[in-house]
Design a protein around this ligand. Structure first.
Ligand SMILES: Cc1cc2nc3c(=O)[nH]c(=O)nc-3n(C[C@H](O)[C@H](O)[C@H](O)COP(=O)(O)OP(=O)(O)OC[C@H]3O[C@@H](n4cnc5c(N)ncnc54)[C@H](O)[C@@H]3O)c2cc1C
Length: 379
């Protein structure tokens, strides 16, 4: 058992840290305030081969392992969680299913430009009436000649307003329950796909979220992803991968909360001394340091199992629920350490506390993670 990062992983971590200092830190406040998609940063990420990290070079990726991918998502989210999530949603939720289930033709046509960051991906499974209960979805796909015709509405689709390529889930046969769901690759220029309502959010405001409306959307038969009826499996498998990214995002937010707390506590003077001299403050920071390490190890462990080709669904859920809840706890403590200033705009901890919340909700709520864990341990 080796608890050390490799030299290459350390180097990539440092490179991403430099990247965020140069390109992300300077705009993080502004893109949050304006709910603005950081297009210029995404272009730079593409130029630096960061947008398809875990995929082989022949498919446009950088060919790194999932541990390295998690390290990069953590570092990016430490600077800006919305940018970190834009990348992780694109990489694991949208590109991942095409890499894992796509035909060679689909990989060349869709994965290569996604992994190179020339195109942006989105993943649409959630519907207004189907969140945790994915099987309650009502979007249908009916085979008509050489195409499936999709009808329905997806909601909360991250990257929806900016995506070129969508992985969309629809029932080809509702009577089969979960086994009747299928996955499709749909291009933004399909006349049957429209971006609906945009959502303005509490946190990760620069990440773009919208409805996706499918109206008589004809998807060529060759853009069925995997086999008919494999959709639910593809969705659940994509969430397993995605949860490693969300756990890493939560660790990055918590790390930033601790960074800010340490620096503030050392310079804020009350009763004639820095507040860091008080045991009450020290204990909050000690708990942050301990919990962040624990969450980071859970995250790396899930990623490591994935890299070894071992089952990692339970471990990804454990990492996600633990990291998300600890991130919320400590982002709130970081505001506490900043007192009234932490509650006001202009201090990073205010944004971190808002950004942390979503990690308990998307890619399966904390309750859904516990269902996955319990399902595994009570088998
Ligand atoms: C900002 C944002 C981005 C998102 N991005 C995407 C995306 O890119 N693609 C996509 O497809 N979806 C996306 N989602 C959807 C997200 O995954 C869902 O919001 C989430 O799965 C929860 O579904 P819901 O909101 O419908 O809540 P519900 O399922 O209605 O749950 C409401 C509450 O009930 C609890 N609950 C539900 N069922 C049970 C149960 N059986 N036992 C115990 N508790 C239960 C939940 O844990 C939660 O606390 C995004 C959501 C947001 C807010």
């Amino acid at each position: 058992m080796d608890f050390k990062l490799t030299e290459e992983q350390e180097l990539i971590k440092e490179n991403m840290r430099d990247f965020t200092r140069k390109y992300v830190d300077p705009i993080a406040v502004e893109i949050d305030e304006n709910s603005r998609y950081p297009e210029e940063v995404i272009k730079k990420l593409a130029e630096g081969d960061w947008m398809g990290m875990p995929y082989p070079q022949e498919y446009g990726g950088a060919g790194v392992d999932y541990v390295t991918y998690a390290i990069v998502v953590e570092e990016l989210s430490r600077s800006c969680a919305a940018t970190g999530f834009t990348l992780s949603c694109h990489t694991s939720l949208a590109s991942g299913p095409i890499y894992n289930y796509g035909s060679e033709e689909q990989k060349m046509k869709y994965l290569v430009p996604l992994a190179k960051g020339q195109k942006i991906g989105a993943f649409g499974v959630t519907e207004p009436g189907a969140g945790t209960d994915v099987g309650a979805a009502t979007t249908t796909a009916v085979l008509d000649g050489d195409a499936y015709v999709l009808n329905g509405t997806k909601t909360f689709t991250s990257n929806g307003p900016v995506a070129d390529t969508f992985v969309i889930f629809a029932f080809t046969d509702k009577s089969l329950g979960g086994k009747g769901m299928s996955a499709f690759i749909v291009s933004k220029d399909n006349p049957g796909l429209k971006v609906g309502q945009h959502f303005y959010k509490m946190g990760i405001r620069a990440s773009q979220t919208s409805e996706i409306i499918l109206k008589d959307c004809r998807v060529p038969k060759e853009d069925l992803l995997g086999k008919e009826g494999q959709g639910l499996k593809i969705a659940m498998d994509s969430f397993d991968h995605g949860r490693i990214g969300i756990a890493a995002q939560a660790v990055g937010i918590a790390q930033a909360a601790m960074d800010e707390s340490i620096s503030y506590a050392k310079q804020r003077i009350q009763f004639g001394k820095p507040i860091s001299k008080n045991q009450a403050i020290q204990w909050m920071i000690a708990d942050m340091a301990t919990d962040i390490s624990a969450a980071r190890f859970l995250t790396y462990h899930a990623a490591y199992l994935k890299d070894q080709g071992k089952p990692f669904s339970k471990e990804a859920a454990m990492a996600k629920v633990f990291a998300a809840e600890m991130s919320n706890r400590h982002a709130s403590k970081a505001v506490q350490i900043h007192g009234g200033y932490g509650f006001c705009k202009g201090f990073k901890v205010e944004r971190l506390m808002r950004d942390a919340k979503i990690t308990e909700i998307y890619e399966g709520t904390s309750e859904a993670q516990r269902m996955v864990i319990a399902g595994n341990v009570l088998r």
